[in-house]
Design a protein around this ligand. Structure first.
Ligand code: NAP
Length: 458
């Protein structure tokens, strides 16, 4: 069994917050047993959604990466970027990891988006927030020019969903050059946003202000923008009995509704851009043709007693050139790993991956692929610690089977990968690039450039 060996070897698949917090907690058990942790990622760079999800203008949240980066300084952790884990046809299979490590932690997050399943969703000009966020954070899978033309000709945008991602997207679309120039977004993104023709941003919620998923700090930021103002229809802040109950029992909902009520009753001011919050509006159809989107049709809704929505039969057509659906992320299945398709998570018990006959020995999960796309970055720390505790308990009870092969998987991998030193080279290059524009860093968005800077030949 694994606990009889000199050194435990653990692989962590996914170098975002959940993976790095899990690695940190694993390294914390050094006093009881020698351990080494290899953290791998498909991308050349670590930090997952801290790099490619948190909005570039949220500088203090993005600074979490400094904390995560310090974890990589530990002498018994190695980072390997540019490592694709699949069924073994193109990348490295899970079985190869399971042979070479005593335990494998799956922490690869939720990288896809949830569909709306309404007619017209597939039209050009109807996109997911996931795609848009990837583009403005400089994700290497996102073509640089992806939204340049679209933003140049777009005057009116509908952002569907009233969570924190929708607020991020609306705020980034509404900010001016001075508000964006010191962020780490790539130059092509800054140029496209500054050159955009956007004048109207509709934020569309199918329920009311009390039921919105955003947090108050993020919501308030919408009213702090230099060239944009917020508008709310007073009819949307008349709360029914089920919303009243939410407001009385939920402090965040109470704070959010107070902010939105204020906005609904304030005097309208002129501004270059307007952010219009529209509640009780359920998207039913996107209109347009193969040249683009023309309108979003919503049905006015009413809340049921339990807080659900029902249609009122009253439809409103909102002229828009771009629809961005921001209704949540979705996890993807990894070949060879059990998957709960309905919840888009890996079935687990406190982080132990569950197969048809119970926990699969040596296989663990943490983060969004364990619990779904919810919570703030810090939530992943608690979540990862829970999984590491389950692992320690299994170790104590002889339930970790141990590796079959003592060879170092990364010593024999043929393809070039980015190791920790390689990541440090990418990091330095980003800082140098940023310094040219008088900012901390500029994200290098291009795969080939990142691989050239970071890769060592295997
Ligand atoms: P989210 O918080 O789950 O919000 C999803 C929104 O989409 C909800 O308003 C939901 O409304 C709506 N929605 C879902 N299905 C819909 C449909 N069919 N039609 C219309 N609306 C629909 O998801 P998210 O915004 O993607 O955020 C994911 C997580 O990351 C959250 O925990 C969030 O707080 C976190 N995050 C945090 C920050 C930050 O702290 N600054 C920034 C970004 C993200 P219903 O409630 O009616 O379903």
């Amino acid at each position: 069994m694994a606990d009889q060996r000199d050194e435990l070897r653990v692989a962590v698949i996914g170098a975002g917050p959940a993976g790095l917090y899990a690695a940190d907690a694993l390294l914390g058990m050094e006093d009881r047993q020698e351990i080494s942790v290899d953290v791998v990622d498909r991308l050349p760079t670590p930090f997952g959604l801290v790099r490619y999800g948190v909005a570039p203008d949220h500088v203090s949240i993005r600074s979490v990466r400094d904390t995560l980066d310090r974890i990589l300084d530990h002498p018994r952790i190695r980072f390997f970027g540019g490592v694709h884990v699949d069924d073994g046809t193109q990348g490295v299979s899970l079985d190869e990891f399971r042979n070479a490590y005593d335990a494998v932690f799956l922490t690869y997050g939720a990288s896809a988006d949830r569909p709306l399943s309404i007619p017209g969703e597939e039209l050009p000009g109807s996109i997911s927030a996931t795609e848009f966020v990837r583009w403005y954070t400089g994700h290497p899978d996102s073509p640089p020019e992806e939204f340049t033309d679209v933003l140049e000709r777009t005057r009116s945008v509908a952002v569907i969903g009233v969570g924190n991602v929708a607020v991020d997207v609306a705020r980034i679309l509404a900010k001016n050059h001075a508000e964006l120039q010191h962020t780490d977004m790539p130059d092509h993104v800054l140029a496209a946003l500054v050159g955009s023709s956007v004048e109207m941003i509709h934020l569309i919620g199918r329920r009311g202000p009390a039921e919105a998923a955003w947090t108050t700090k993020e919501l308030r930021e919408l009213a702090e923008l230099a060239d944009a103002s917020v508008r709310v229809d007073p009819v949307d802040v008349q709360h029914g009995p089920s919303s009243q109950a939410v407001i009385s029992s939920n402090k965040v909902a109470a704070r959010n509704t107070a902010v939105i009520e204020d906005w609904a009753h304030q005097e309208e001011r002129d501004s270059a851009r307007i952010i219009r919050l529209r509640f009780f509006s359920r998207p039913v159809r996107i209109e347009g043709d193969d040249t683009g989107v023309r309108a979003l049709v919503v049905e006015r809704t009413a809340l049921t007693e339990s807080g659900g929505v029902e249609g009122t039969g009253q439809f409103v057509t909102i002229p828009v050139d771009l629809v961005i659906r921001s209704v949540g992320y979705r996890g993807l299945e990894l070949p060879g790993v059990p998957f709960d398709a309905a919840r888009a998570v890996i079935p687990n018990d406190a982080g132990r991956v569950l197969g048809p006959h119970g926990p699969i020995p040596g296989l663990y999960t943490a983060g969004w692929i364990k619990r779904g796309p919810s919570g703030i970055i810090g939530t992943n720390k608690k979540d990862a610690v829970e999984t590491v505790k389950a692992f320690l308990d299994d170790l104590d009870h002889g339930r970790v089977p141990g590796r079959r092969d003592d060879e170092d998987l990364f010593a024999r991998l043929p393809d070039p990968v980015v190791d920790t030193q390689g990541w440090r080279r990418i990091d330095s290059a980003e800082r140098r690039l940023g310094a040219l524009a008088d900012k901390d860093r500029t994200t290098i968005h291009d795969w080939d450039t990142a691989m050239e800077l970071g890769a060592r030949s295997g």
